[in-house]
Design a protein around this ligand. Structure first.
Ligand SMILES: [Cu+2]
Length: 501
């Protein structure tokens, strides 16, 4: 590994936190499902850009949507569909180490391939960004997002087969805010008081360029996971944000390849978490340490009226500084009290499930005992599709984690609820293929007890989720959101059928 930037050697909190701009539609297009209705059309090109992540570092090359990392925010309302044209205007050559031994990234494939997935969106299959639906520089795809879903913060990112980890690492990620009437009625902090915080980790060479590590085998450079020492918030290293002495709503996304965060405020204040991946929780949950796996989102309120005026509060990830809030002195701006109830979330009864699937998460090592690949239920990408739920039915998926890692499991198209987690005897399972529980059932944490689209399947436990399959029939995917795992076989197609057959 070349020498990399040590963030401790840089001046902290010298750059203001950038706020990603809001995308503007360029035209309208006929709504295919409603005669005479027109929907906004956005155009968000993928480009190579240069961006300064810190005052004292040279500009970094990124691949971005639009002209920043994260890309522009798509602001939209529930039920109001929209189109996005996603032109690939990237260079012809990739600047990160492609592993041609990985499925889907073979030598006969072009090195620069992209396809966009809107994570958390209920999208028809042709617009969902199927990993094999990639296209090359000079080409584009126009996707329709009917947006028939509740208020939530979604995010768009690359999903190209076999190089997704590299494309997202290069910077291909951005946010989409879905709003709705119920959310409006809560009078949550908005405008300048609502701030997205997109958190990613990277390694930077001393000249400020992205470095992605490689294995010891030059012909197979894939590494089992990526962890960087530099944490960027909205594309800046150790930024600061001037805040007033009032409530703020922060919309957090962990868009890192593999790093989990445990975020806390240095002054001991709690976060009032009001929402998770798929929108508002039933009620605010006080959280001292906020855990976010790759792909997960959190919607939190922080009341700086509770902090000392003039104080500077650092947001920590464990003991590492992430960013700083500078609380202005002076009269606090008026704000609405935080409602004690938010959006009712009806717990889905287990009895409503027509089927339970037992699905293993497994790691396979190579001859050198290094992790080689991870599989979902022992199957590879090209094996026949086995998960075929029927539209408008509910299933329980029991994720049997046989590995030592937590895997954030994400299903496209749907939202789900976490039923529980329960420890079991992994050795016995490996011998006899039977689950023998070794401890009590743990309900989801209070801040996970809403609608989710990404669930932390913890090691040595069976994590059960209950999933109503709604919206569209057709081919989708489910996968681990550790991007190194996803790229190397920890992703499977699934198919929503029109009727059981
Ligand atoms: Cu994984």
């Amino acid at each position: 590994m070349p020498p990399v930037v040590d963030p401790n050697s840089l001046a902290a909190f010298v750059d203001p936190l950038p706020i990603p701009r809001v995308a503007k539609p360029i035209a309208t297009r006929r709504d295919p499902s409603s005669a005479g209705k027109k929907l906004p059309l956005y155009r968000i090109p993928m480009r190579e850009i240069e961006s300064k992540v810190h005052r004292d570092l040279r500009s970094t090359r990124f691949w971005s949507y639009g002209s920043s990392v994260p890309g522009p925010v798509i602001e939209t309302r529930s039920g109001e569909g929209f189109f996005v044209d996603w032109p690939n205007e990237l260079p012809e050559r990739h600047f990160l180490p492609i592993d041609h031994t990985i499925m889907g990234a073979e030598k006969d494939k072009p090195t620069v391939r992209t396809v966009v997935h809107l994570h958390g969106a209920k999208t028809p299959p042709g617009s969902d960004g199927y990993p094999e639906a990639w296209y090359v520089p000079g080409k584009s795809a126009t996707y329709l997002y009917p947006n028939d879903q509740e208020a939530a913060m979604l995010w768009y990112h690359d999903h190209a087969m076999g190089i997704n980890r590299l494309n997202v690492y290069a910077g291909l990620l951005g946010l989409c805010m879905v709003r709705d009437k119920l959310e409006d009625s809560l009078h949550l902090p908005s405008g300048e008081y609502e701030i997205p915080l997109v958190i990613i980790d990277r390694l930077l060479t001393l000249d400020g360029q992205l470095y992605y590590p490689v294995s010891k085998r030059p012909e197979a450079p894939w590494v089992p996971e990526f962890l960087g020492n530099v944490i960027l918030v909205n594309g800046k290293l150790l930024p600061y944000l001037d805040v007033k002495s009032t409530k703020y709503r922060f919309r957090l996304l962990n868009a890192s390849n593999a790093r989990f965060y445990r975020l806390s405020l240095e002054n001991g204040q709690t976060f009032a978490q009001i929402g998770t991946d798929q929108g508002l929780l039933p009620a605010p949950v006080e959280v001292k340490v906020l855990t976010l796996a790759p792909g997960e989102r959190a919607d939190v309120i922080v009341d700086f009226a509770l902090a000392e005026p003039g104080s500077k509060i650092i947001l920590h990830n464990d003991a590492v500084d992430v960013m700083q809030f500078r609380v202005g002195s002076g009269t606090p701006a008026e704000s609405h009290p935080l409602p004690s109830t938010l959006r009712p979330v009806m717990r889905i009864p287990e009895q409503s499930a027509v089927r339970t699937r037992q699905l293993t998460l497994e790691e396979f090592d190579n001859v050198l005992d290094e992790p080689d690949t991870h599989l979902l239920n022992g199957a590879r990408w090209h094996d026949p599709v086995t998960e075929k739920p029927v539209i408008d039915t509910t299933e329980i998926w029991s994720l049997i984690n046989l590995t030592d890692d937590t895997h954030p499991i994400h299903l496209h198209l749907v939202r789900f609820q976490i039923l529980d987690r329960r420890p079991f005897d992994v050795s016995e399972y490996l011998l006899k293929k039977t689950v023998r529980y070794t401890g009590p059932v743990y309900p989801p944490e209070p801040n996970e007890a809403g609608w989710k689209d990404t669930v932390r399947a913890t090691p040595g436990a069976v994590t059960r989720i209950i999933i109503p399959f709604e919206g569209y029939t057709g081919r989708y995917v489910w996968h681990c959101h550790l991007l190194e795992h996803e790229d190397n076989e920890m992703m499977r197609p699934y198919e929503v059928l029109a009727e059981s057959g």
